[in-house]
Design a protein around this ligand. Sequence first.
Ligand code: AMP
Length: 302
Amino acid sequence: MSELPILVVGSVAIDDVETPAGRRPESLGGSANYFSVSASLFAPVRLVGVVGDDFPEGHVQQLGERGIDLAGLEQVSGKTFRWRGRYASEGADAETLDTQLNVFETFQPKIPAQHRDTPVVFLGNIHPGLQSDVLDQIDAPRFSAADTMNFWIEGERDALCQMIRRLDMLIINETEASLLAEEKNVYDAADAIRALGPRIVVIKRGAYGAIIFHPEGLFVVPAYPLRTVIDPTGAGDTFAAGFMGSLAEQGAFDFAALKTAALYGTVMASFACEGFSMDGVINLERSDVEARVERLKEIMSF
Ligand code: AMP
């Protein structure tokens, strides 16, 4: 395992998700939750977030048992963040039916002193003001990246743009990239987002894979071929976890390292889609990941 730890801030949630495969109320979710479980296969992870007193104690314990550092995870009285969403058909974007910020409404992230020099930072999907608060408390990370979603693009555009300006890389899905950039074409959208600040933009295209837009050029990775998609919730966070985890493990952030990282992100996301909530990733072993990476390389070779 690498010596480069990753600090992640994001939501830790209780979700209620409906897909064509069924419905799972009261399931574990949240961007930081998905991210830390998956990234812990690659590098040491430090989780920053908040949960209420309704959050299952067993899950906090499970995160700790995976070696995830929970010094930055606050437990306060009140209700945990809740999200309810639905996917109308396979491949459709999530439709948000309800978002209750609950304990996140008053959350003020406090980065423990021993975590301020964390070299790799991932700002998972959460209020962009909180993402900036975290960046303010880290001394010059070697690499910083973030994700966001339509909820914040529509509701907190100014705070989001201020945060994005400070990043090395933004990871975003295609629909949200178009919404943020006000450009329909994916290449125009990526240019417009890079003009907002980040040198690198990764655009996720669901079953069509992902594109890295880098100053040295483009890299296109297909999605891992999947016949069964049970629940895509968390696929984006799990993609980011494989991607950032691989970079931290490589200890490198150049274009070649980013290309390798894109394969790991793609493979991790494929596992996330195969079960509800965290079912697809919670029991994964590194050898399962390597087998899919090899298969993906085969598919990509020319
Ligand atoms: P993904 O499918 O990778 O985009 O991530 C889905 C997760 O994001 C779910 O587990 C939700 O709990 C969480 N989520 C949904 N809406 C928000 C929001 N507005 N802010 C933060 N997290 C959210």
